[in-house]
Design a protein around this ligand. Structure first.
Ligand SMILES: Nc1ncnc2c1ncn2[C@@H]1O[C@H](COP(=O)(O)OP(=O)(O)OP(=O)(O)O)[C@@H](O)[C@H]1O
Length: 344
């Protein structure tokens, strides 16, 4: 089957400032989320695919047709791509129906009423909202209208740039799920840019982790989380603490947290350990590596406790909300399960 999107060696930037440095990405279908820290180039990549930024090298194909490559550049409106920008995407002076119809090619506007109704149904919005203006809708409803507008011309690919960033946590999750259902119902592939790792992991079929204008790993959500290809991915996505250490002749690891079981099995020698916050237990006493609590972030369901070990290294642990120490407390830290290991 033809891939919905194929990007090879893409380079782009602003003036003399290179942003994308040879990006490769294949989106077979379904939802791919692009996750990365602020400023790494996520929006620039979406804008290059959409046709709003002119790449300086590489190629882009949409549904098998090359839109950038060699000397050829297909104009944005002929790429068959839907684009849902960050907030503020709707025309404030147009009703919902006219906002959605705006996305249709001129020749298809005669049929607009039917297409608007079908698009609103896809995004699970009540048809009675069609005559409202954007300011008469909630934030989540506005984002669904923006998606309905992008889906109305039946694109093969939809690009969504942090579409839920202005919504509060509960609305975010609900809107995210509805958007993914709508994309699947419309049989459109999607690329979703986010810097929210929960959103990236829970909504997507494939997660692409970007750092400094390149993808470090493109894989299924569970693989990115459980088998990070790079220590920076473990630190970013798994909130892992990175510690230097070594593998002994017995195959066990040794680091500031003592002797630890490792994954994958590694040859003896120096390594870097990525210890996930949820595999660290912090207790007031007992066995374990001694340290002092530096600070605590309380989230309700659990808390993140940052500890300075007596050896000087810092770690972060996630603990249940009912056993949270205070800053300055003396504690003991133990490790549960295998620690991910990277060559050093
Ligand atoms: N129009 C522009 N002119 C010049 N530089 C720009 C322009 N737009 C973005 N940049 C720069 O390009 C780099 C990548 O920006 P981009 O918006 O792609 O990052 P991002 O990963 O989407 O960030 P965020 O998560 O904060 O939205 C940044 O260093 C940014 O300052």
């Amino acid at each position: 089957m033809t891939d919905a999107l194929e990007i090879r060696g893409l380079e782009a930037g602003y003036g003399r400032n290179p942003v994308l440095r040879g990006v490769d990405l294949t989106v077979p279908g379904g939802v791919t989320s692009i996750l990365g820290s602020s400023g790494c180039g996520k929006t620039t990549l979406l804008r290059a695919v959409a046709g709003f930024v002119q790449p300086t090298g590489g190629s882009i194909s949409v549904a098998g047709a090359e839109v950038v490559g060699g000397r050829r550049t297909v104009p944005a409106r002929q790429r068959g791509i839907g684009y849902v920008p960050q907030e503020g995407a709707l025309f404030p002076h147009l009703t919902v129906a006219r906002n959605v119809a705006f996305g249709l090619p001129r020749a298809e506007r005669r049929d607009a009423a039917k297409r608007v109704a079908a698009s609103l149904e896809l995004v699970e919005l009540d048809p009675s909202l069609a005559e409202r203006y954007p300011h008469e809708l909630s934030g989540g409803q506005q984002q669904r209208v923006a998606l309905a507008r992008a889906l109305a011309p039946r694109p093969t690919l939809v690009l969504l740039d942090e579409p839920f960033s202005s919504l509060d946590a509960s609305l975010r999750e609900e809107t995210g799920r509805a958007v993914v259902r709508a994309l699947r119902a419309a049989d459109a592939a999607a690329v979703l840019v986010t810097h929210d790792q929960g959103e990236a992991l829970s909504l997507a079929d494939q997660v692409a982790v970007m750092m400094e204008g390149q993808f470090l790993q493109v894989a299924a959500p569970s693989a990115v989380y459980l088998e990070p290809a790079d220590p920076r991915i473990a630190a970013f996505i798994g909130h892992a603490s990175l510690l230097p250490g070594e593998i002994g002749a017995d195959g066990r690891g040794r680091c500031a947290l003592g002797s630890v079981a490792v994954r994958p099995a590694s040859a003896a020698g120096p390594v870097q350990f990525a210890v996930r916050s949820e595999q660290l237990q912090v207790r007031a006493d007992g066995d374990g590596t001694p340290g002092e609590v530096v600070d605590v972030s309380f989230f309700g369901h659990d808390a993140t406790i940052r500890v300075r070990l007596d050896s000087g290294e810092r770690i972060a642990a996630r603990t249940p909300a009912d056993s949270v120490p205070r800053a300055g407390d003396r504690v003991r830290v133990t490790v549960l399960g295998d620690v991910i290991t990277f060559p050093r």
